[in-house]
Design a protein around this ligand. Structure first.
Ligand code: F6P
Length: 528
């Protein structure tokens, strides 16, 4: 399926209108913030309702954002003029929206129900998705029934680590007890060693997760794990090693014969829903995994069908564009008020920055406007006692995204209420500020935040939340006219690392820049 040619966002009438509107109503001037959130609430009794909405499994309040009704209307015009909806429809029709790699981006198909209507040319893909899903979920259930396996080790990096790692930690409450989950991603020997120290080969299942099955860190760790397993007397590789990859022949060549594969149209950072999620499926079981897929599918339908003005991924993606290109905000801080969501900021760093950290349009021409913000954070209550000082009184304005869970966990409900109270209070403080007796006590306020509330922290709501972020990234990338599905920028460093490899033995520093050569000599001396 082709989609209409899309104009560059900064060439649209809406872009110019947004620029004028920003300069007239939002641009800070001497002694003025340009736009006052306090005034905005005072003059619009409907502001909360206007800028908040429900979406599957969650509620979002965007009313503490530096945005007004005119800006939102213009952003929706921008989306229309950039044909974001046809671009979205093209993705859901299986078109090759990953234009630089000539591939579709069909992570959404991984959570499409078996009998859901899909275009005729995707029916075979959907059938194959479900036969692999059935197979790896059956494997997960076998492992869950096997009391001898007490430790599951996922060896993978980037998208082959961050998604399952984040979700296993997030859904710990839904995990049956008696089994430990380890994630080894870094090639730092300390990481694998500290995990292996806790393991017995006969009680361990290694999942080697790598879409390409060539990633240096993963292959190095997988080789070391296999050598440890064999040296410790383990022999049944078929029982203790499973490959999760779109290159099963490479896993076989590596000596792993139990594999679950997925198609190359699943991007690494979009692969949690595929066999890459096996560790999660073992943790929460087949029913839990299917519930997560259903939650994500509900968000897919919301994104595909809700009118743009009440479409949460669209509103969030457009807000990201507004903040980045008109307000000039360079960062967004993530503040999940849930320790179970501690890995979420790390997961989002790859999803957002690897997808939208691009400087050229789909035609390869340099873009004159900014794209992805820097995304960072940690559980909010910890952040409060670390960097929130800077968020309240520092020189930069950093939009904050709060995520809270409405339903209390089974234990310590008072703690949960205090936690939520803290989240509300921080968002309030950022917005309202405080007129201090002196400069030191003064909090300027007028600092924007979004507030997302999950109904509960369940497989379904987590699935919906992650799909929401995937689609929000798509929307911003679509407006910016970039390819959100490639990642050529990470390849150069990998190539250079291959060049440095042999120099450890030869000590040859020829053709290296003076800094790299000097560092290599220094490191070699340390090694010697
Ligand atoms: O470092 C970039 C990257 O290609 C990511 O996009 C990917 O998630 C990660 O490496 C791991 O790749 P693989 O799953 O092929 O090992």
């Amino acid at each position: 399926m082709a989609w209409p040619a899309r104009p560059r966002c900064d060439h649209t009438p809406a872009w110019g209108a947004l620029r004028s509107h920003h300069d007239a109503h939002f641009k800070p001037g001497p002694g003025s913030d340009g736009f006052s959130l306090r005034d905005a609430f005072a003059t619009d009794a409907q502001r909360f309702e206007r800028f908040s909405q429900s979406a599957p499994h969650l509620f979002a309040d965007l009313s503490k954002g530096l945005i007004d009704a005119t800006a939102e209307a213009l952003l929706l015009e921008l989306a229309e003029q950039c044909a974001v909806a046809s671009h979205r429809d093209a993705m859901f029709a299986g078109a090759q929206v990953n234009t630089t790699e000539q591939r579709a981006a069909m992570h959404w198909l991984l959570r499409t129900p078996r009998h859901a209507p899909v275009p005729a040319d995707l029916q075979a893909d959907l059938a194959s998705v479900h036969s692999t899903l059935d197979a790896f979920l059956a494997c997960a259930e076998r492992v869950r029934a096997d009391a001898a396996i007490t430790d599951v080790v996922n060896i993978g990096i980037g998208g082959s680590d961050l998604g399952p790692h984040m979700a296993v930690r997030a859904l710990e409450r839904h995990t049956s007890p008696g089994r430990r989950f380890h994630f080894v991603s870094n090639q730092d020997p300390d990481e694998l060693t500290s995990v292996l120290r806790q393991l017995q080969p006969e009680r361990t299942l290694f999942l080697v997760a790598s879409k390409s099955f060539t990633t240096l860190e993963t292959m190095g760790n997988a080789r070391a794990a296999k050598a440890w397993f064999e040296a410790a007397g383990g022999s049944d590789i078929a029982r203790h090693f499973v490959g999760l990859t779109s290159q099963p022949q490479l896993a076989q060549a590596f000596g792993i014969h139990t594999t679950f594969d997925f198609a190359d149209w699943v991007g690494g950072r979009y692969s949690l829903w595929s066999a890459i999620g096996l560790s999660l499926a073992i943790a929460i079981g087949e029913a839990g995994f299917r519930a997560m897929l259903a939650g994500a599918h509900a968000m897919d339908r919301h994104f595909a069908e809700a009118p743009l003005a009440r479409n949460l991924p669209v509103r969030l993606g457009l807000l990201d564009v507004w903040y980045r290109n008109f307000h000039g905000f360079t960062h967004r801080s993530m503040a999940p008020y849930s320790s179970a969501l501690q890995q979420l900021p790390l997961y989002l760093q790859q999803l957002e920055m690897e997808s939208n950290g691009k400087g050229v349009g789909t035609d390869g021409a340099r873009l004159p406007y900014a794209t992805s913000a820097v995304v960072w954070g940690q559980p909010g209550t910890n952040g409060q006692h670390a960097y929130f000082q800077m968020l309240h009184q520092g020189a930069d304005r950093v939009p904050v995204e709060f995520i809270a869970v409405r339903q209390p966990p089974p234990n310590l409900p008072d703690h949960h209420r205090q936690l939520l109270g803290n989240a509300l209070a921080q968002a309030q403080a950022l917005m309202q500020g405080r007129t201090g007796a002196d400069g030191h006590h003064h909090c300027p306020g007028n600092r924007p935040s979004n507030f997302l509330v999950l109904d509960d922290l369940t497989p379904a709501s987590l699935g919906a939340l992650i799909a929401l972020y995937e689609h929000r990234v798509f929307v911003a990338g679509s407006v910016w006219g970039i390819n959100s599905f490639d990642q050529f920028g990470v390849e150069l460093g990998k190539q250079l690392a291959q060049d440095i490899g042999p120099r450890w033995d030869s000590g040859n520093t020829q053709d290296l820049d003076p800094s790299t050569a000097g560092l290599l000599r220094h490191l070699l001396a340390t090694h010697g």
